[in-house]
Write a protein that binds this ligand. Structure first.
Ligand code: HEC
Ligand code: HEC
Length: 466
């Protein structure tokens, strides 16, 4: 028997784990939500025949010695009883603040902040990032039943992925139809390509549906149905609804387990900047760290005037990693159609293994984003760096400087492969760099970046070994 199980007997009980956990302002917000969503079943300190008391001493006795996360998870996933997940995480945090206050635990200066999704920043094991809310998936299930269930289902498949991947997309075919859109539907690779690399492609396919009249449902309903399909493919729910916004959907990757975002699409949180030609970092040097002097966030992308040379870099250091991003250059007004795009000579590059003091420029190896030799390798430091560059592959893979290019850099066991639109164009076969930050140059040419994401491959190995 654990001593903790006897805690209730103790006369000098430790202070409640709830003391100071919430603010009174938050409890006040929670009161209104409680009245609207919980009181009908849970009443006050006596409860009702429809639900037990969730305020007052009896409730406190059951819950206050457990980690608050347990209570939060219970409410988030199981309540309200008749529409689980109906409240957002923030709303549930407010309701819990009110419940704790009504159970006579004193407040403090700070709000109770809901614990991070999936138990914190351990995205490597997750199916993918959260793109929808529970409530939206519930709406989507209903819309699916009404508009799609005649011909499709979203039962989770029992077939193995390999079976699904066979020609004709491997489903037991009924006409040309997938039997079900449940997992592993979104894992399908066909002819070496994911069938739906991002939410966007699924959304576009759904423009041709439902078969009886494609105009019988709204784009919002399509987004809701996708939320339901994501849920049936074990994607986690989050705080924000999936909006029927194709540009945003292009950045929601479906076949990328374990990636995290270096740029969150909203602000510069988690990205560090050092700007100023030949400057050291402040306070001693002339360097500036405020990104707003060169760049802004607009529609989920970074729009960089890049007028002051320097670079941005990650908060964490990486040695073995898979870095993916999209970039395009902003076409200068004077660059008319008769100019030769091949001769466009922008500045820019991806910086790997950045270390050795905060200055412009740091010790790093650059993957060039200059147009004519895009993907070539330029070491700023280090000895015995060997690499190969396939210019013909670059020419085949490149589109035009003004359209989005997908760039990928994979560092693994001392080797670094760089890809442009899926084609391998350069390989560093030998280098002596330690782990460092990853980043990108700000080098005078107006540029846009979006969908910057990374997977730490060394972490993945450690957790796989456990
Ligand atoms: C339609 C009725 C209903 C509504 C509305 C409802 N609940 Fe419940 N709730 C229940 C029932 C019934 C139980 C007990 C069932 C169980 O334990 O699984 C319960 C259990 C709970 C418990 C666990 C109680 C304990 O001590 O074990 C918590 C906490 C809770 N509800 C919170 C909430 C919150 C917060 C809301 C409003 C956001 C809410 N509920 C809305 C019916 C409801
Ligand atoms: C009357 C029957 C019918 C209805 C209703 C219908 N579909 Fe389809 N669906 C089909 C057929 C037939 C195909 C295969 C041919 C094709 O791909 O166009 C298909 C294919 C699809 C695919 C591609 C499956 C794959 O293998 O990747 C998706 C996604 C899809 N439908 C979504 C929906 C959604 C969402 C709805 C409801 C809004 C819906 N469909 C309603 C008949 C239907």
């Amino acid at each position: 028997v654990s001593v903790f199980a006897l805690g209730a007997l103790s006369a000098q009980q430790p202070r409640s784990g709830w003391d100071g956990l919430y603010s009174d302002a938050q409890a006040k917000r929670g009161q209104a939500l409680y009245a609207a969503n919980c009181i009908a079943c849970h009443g006050t300190e006596q409860g009702t025949p429809k639900g037990p008391a969730i305020v007052g001493p009896a409730f406190a006795a059951r819950w206050q010695r457990k980690p608050i996360q347990e209570l939060f998870d219970f409410v988030q996933t199981k309540m309200p009883y008749n529409s689980p997940g109906g409240l957002s995480r923030t709303q549930n945090a407010d309701v819990i603040a009110f419940m704790i206050q009504q159970s006579h635990a004193p407040g403090g200066p700070n709000d109770f902040v809901p614990p991070p999704l999936d138990g914190g920043p351990a995205p490597s094991s997750a199916r993918g990032l959260p793109f929808y809310t529970e409530q939206q998936a519930t709406r989507g299930r209903i819309a699916f039943e009404q508009n799609c269930a005649r011909c499709h289902s979203t039962q989770k498949n029992t077939q193995k992925l390999e079976t699904l991947n066979k020609p004709h997309m491997g489903f037991e075919l009924n006409g040309a139809m997938a039997l079900s859109f449940g997992t592993p539907f979104l894992d399908r690779i066909y002819l070496g390509q994911p069938v739906y690399p991002s939410v966007f492609y699924l959304y576009e396919k759904m423009q041709a549906m439902p078969a009886f009249n494609t105009q019988s449902i709204t784009q919002q309903m399509r987004a809701d149905i996708i939320a339901h399909i994501l849920k049936q493919n074990d994607f986690p729910a989050g705080n924000e609804e999936l909006r029927p916004d194709p540009e945003a959907m292009k950045q929601m990757m479906l076949n990328e387990r374990g990636f995290e975002r270096l740029f969150n699409g909203k602000d510069f949180a988690g990205m560090k900047w050092l700007l100023g030609d030949a400057c050291d970092a402040p306070p001693n040097g002339c360097g500036k760290t405020d990104p707003s002097i060169v760049a802004r966030v607009e529609d989920g992308k970074i729009v960089c005037a890049c007028n002051i040379h320097g670079y941005w870099y990650s908060e964490k250091t990486y040695k073995d990693f898979d870095l993916r991003l999209q970039q395009r250059f902003i076409k200068p007004a004077e660059w008319s159609d008769s100019e030769d795009d091949e001769l466009f000579f922008p500045g820019g590059g991806i910086l790997l293994f950045i270390y050795g003091g905060d200055k412009v420029w740091p010790k790093t190896i650059e993957v060039e984003l200059r147009w004519h030799d895009l993907g070539d390798i330029f070491p700023f430091a280090g000895k015995n760096i060997k690499f190969t560059y396939d210019h013909a592959a670059k020419v085949r893979a490149a589109r035009s400087p003004w359209v989005w290019h997908e760039i990928r850099v994979v560092s693994k066991n001392g080797r670094v492969d760089s890809y442009l639109n899926g084609q391998l164009i350069s390989t560093i076969t030998e280098h002596d760099f330690p782990a460092g930050y990853v980043g990108m140059q700000v080098e005078g040419t107006p540029t846009e970046w979006r969908n910057i994401r990374i997977k730490d491959l060394s972490n993945e190995e450690k957790s796989a070994a456990r």
